[in-house]
Structures are given as structure tokens and as C-alpha cells.
Design a protein around this ligand. Structure first.
Ligand SMILES: C[S@@+](CC[C@H](N)C(=O)[O-])C[C@H]1O[C@@H](n2cnc3c(N)ncnc32)[C@H](O)[C@@H]1O
Length: 236
């Protein structure tokens, strides 16, 4: 981990930090050592860099999912991008999605997880959607990152082993509080519980919003990457 400067930075040192990745040859006091060559926030498993780019083929696939999404189930592109960013920022390893639909959000998270070395389990109970979800994950080249379960998440989650360090909830809104109760005991400390539509469908989940707000175990922010709203709750 890089050391924080113990006193105000000199210009040369500031420039070194700004150009951290470049070869900065200006001399700096040893206590202000420049950043090491490895990323200072590299939380990928084993620090192994496996970049997952948003290739034209993936962009086309994501667009085709949205075009065939006549029920408008998928998260917005802005929220998809946010989920990918959140996975990378937290270095998430074990992610659970409740309500996978046709895989739009799962692909965004899968791209992040390809880079963290983690994996996603996504559960979808509509059989047709679950089939499309699996096909889209395969088309995205994410079969080794994303596991699709066709079934009712209330029955499937207890059958999963282990804990999660991120849960993304996007099922029917009146069920949110029950899914919180089911999964919170299995969320690691420092893990994040993320729920979708907390702004545009707020009235359908008031009990859930009250629960995350009141829980002494959660620190919550409501963010609005798109217009639908996401709650992001960190477990203490
Ligand atoms: C809003 S959509 C999910 C959209 C998806 N996250 C995306 O961005 O592409 C909600 C999905 O949750 C599924 N669902 C609802 N309740 C469920 C349950 N108990 N178990 C599994 N899936 C459920 C629905 O069938 C529906 O496809």
C-alpha cells in the first residue's frame, strides 16, 4: 500500500503522484516515496489484471437485449455502468443477483467481476427469461463468471452455500424487505446490499426503505445514476 505523505507535498512529489504510472525522475525525499508500479487500489484476486473491455460486440449485445425488452425490465444503461463500477470499486468476489430477467444487469456486473476475479450467481424464475439470460451470458463470453439459476430466489438462496460480498436486488418490489431479511445475515461485513428502483418505485417498497434506513448494521446512500434510483447499503 502506498504511504500517505506526512507533510504537504512538494511540487515535484505532487507531479510524481499525478504521473504515477509514468517514469517520474524528479528526486523526492524517501518518506514521500512515489507510488509503486502496481495499482494502489488493486483488489483483484491475486492482483491479476484481467481487463474486460466494453467491446463493440458486447455493446451490440447489450443494445439488442434492451431492444427486445418490451416489458422494460432491464436497468438503465447508466445503472448498468454504475453496477460495473461498484463491483470494481469494492473488488467484489461473490455477488448475488435476485431477478436476472434477460441478463442486462448481469452482463454489466459480469464485466466487472471478470476484472476482480469474482463471480455472480443470478436467479430468475420466469423460465423463458431464464433461458434468454443463459443465452445472453454465453453470448457475452461470461459463462465462467456468471452462473444462472432458473427458479424462485426464495427457494434457491437457502440452497446456496457461503456468504456474499455484494447482493443486487431487482425482483418484485413488495418482496424487497423479505429478500433483505433472507440475505443480510449472509452479507459479509463491508459487503454492499444494492437495490434497484428505490426512487421511481419507492411507494412499492416503503417497508424495505424503512428497514435499510433503521438497521444499525447498515450505512445507506440513495444514488441516482439513472432516474430509477439505487440504494447502496454497506454492512458494518
Ligand atoms: C426488473 S426485472 C430484473 C431486470 C434485470 N435485473 C436487468 O437489469 O436486466 C425483475 C425480474 O425478477 C424476476 N423475479 C421476481 N421475483 C423473483 C423471485 N422470487 N425469484 C426469481 N426471480 C424473480 C422476474 O421474473 C423479473 O424477470
Amino acid at each position: 500500500m502506498p504511504r500517505m505523505p506526512s507533510r504537504p507535498m512538494g511540487v515535484a512529489v505532487a507531479l510524481c503522484l499525478t504521473l504515477a504510472a509514468a517514469a517520474c525522475t524528479a528526486s523526492a525525499p524517501s518518506s514521500d516515496a512515489p507510488l509503486s508500479s502496481s495499482s494502489p487500489v488493486d483488489r483483484r484476486a491475486g492482483g491479476v489484471a484481467t481487463r474486460a473491455e466494453l467491446t463493440p460486440a458486447i455493446v451490440e449485445l447489450l443494445e439488442s437485449i434492451r431492444e427486445s425488452d418490451t416489458d422494460q425490465l432491464a436497468v438503465s444503461e447508466a445503472d448498468g455502468r454504475f453496477l460495473r463500477t461498484l463491483v470494481l470499486a469494492t473488488g467484489a468476489q461473490r455477488v448475488l443477483e435476485i431477478g436476472g430477467a434477460s441478463g442486462y444487469s448481469a452482463i454489466w456486473m459480469g464485466l466487472g467481476l471478470r476484472e476482480t476475479g469474482g463471480s455472480l450467481v443470478t436467479i430468475e424464475y420466469d423460465p423463458d427469461r431464464a433461458r434468454a439470460l443463459q443465452a445472453n451470458i454465453t453470448a457475452a463470453g461470461l459463462d465462467d463468471v456468471v452462473r444462472v439459476i432458473a427458479g424462485d430466489a426464495f427457494a434457491e438462496i437457502p440452497a446456496l452455500s457461503g456468504t456474499f460480498d455484494m447482493v443486487f436486488l431487482d425482483a418484485w418490489k413488495p418482496d424487497y424487505v423479505k429478500f433483505l431479511e433472507l440475505t443480510l445475515p449472509r452479507l459479509e461485513r463491508g459487503g454492499v446490499f444494492v437495490a434497484h428502483n428505490v426512487i421511481n418505485k419507492r411507494d412499492e417498497m416503503l417497508d424495505f426503505l424503512e428497514a435499510i434506513e433503521r438497521s444499525p448494521d447498515l450505512v445507506t446512500s440513495i444514488v441516482s445514476a439513472g432516474s430509477e434510483g439505487l440504494s447502496v447499503s454497506v454492512r458494518r
